[in-house]
Design a protein around this ligand. Structure first.
Ligand SMILES: Nc1ncnc2c1ncn2[C@@H]1O[C@H](COP(=O)(O)OP(=O)(O)O)[C@@H](O)[C@H]1O
Ligand SMILES: [Mg+2]
Length: 143
């Protein structure tokens, strides 16, 4: 597993640069899990990746479970935070979303229902430290 770590991130622009560089390396079919506490910047990161693909309207899917966006590529953006039962994910057809090889999928809080996400391409972990600095770790899953 190949890992990139960025430390001492002070500004949103630094996060955006990391997100754009990541976006430029992504390919259709990728599934990205985002880890990090509330307010760490998961949605912020997805928003910047989406901009790279000419999508300008990303908001948090916390209430919708999944948002779909159409740009230069299709993006599915999940947030499991308010899901109570794994069943809810199967009811909205998560397996079909995850097997769409034409789309890129982002999942916030995937760790709450790991069984619903058997495969993934990357984990992006964002840490917001007490001193206000952030650390982003991007791990690629090679399989
Ligand atoms: N360097 C940074 N990287 C990411 N977000 C930042 C940064 N600095 C400030 N922020 C702010 O932190 C907040 C992160 O919120 P959000 O992305 O919704 O978090 P999450 O989805 O992880 O709960 C945003 O309001 C964003 O503007
Ligand atoms: Mg969020």
């Amino acid at each position: 597993m190949e890992t990139q770590r960025f430390s001492n991130i002070k500004t949103e622009e630094e996060t955006n640069r990391i997100a754009r560089d990541f976006a430029s390396r992504m390919k259709k079919g990728d599934i990205v899990l985002l880890e990090g506490n509330l307010g760490a910047g998961k949605t912020f990161f997805v928003r910047e990746v989406a901009k790279y693909f000419a999508i300008d309207e990303v908001s948090s899917p916390t209430f919708a479970i999944v948002n779909e966006y159409d740009g230069n590529v299709k993006i599915y953006h999940f947030d499991f935070y308010r899901i109570k039962k794994e069943r809810e994910l199967y009811d909205i057809g998560i397996d079909e979303y995850l097997s769409d090889e034409e789309a890129i999928t982002f999942i916030e809080w995937a760790e709450l229902f790991p069984n619903a996400v058997p495969e993934y391409s990357y984990i992006v972990k964002i840490l917001l430290l007490k001193n206000g600095l952030r650390e982003i770790t991007i791990s690629k899953n090679d399989y």
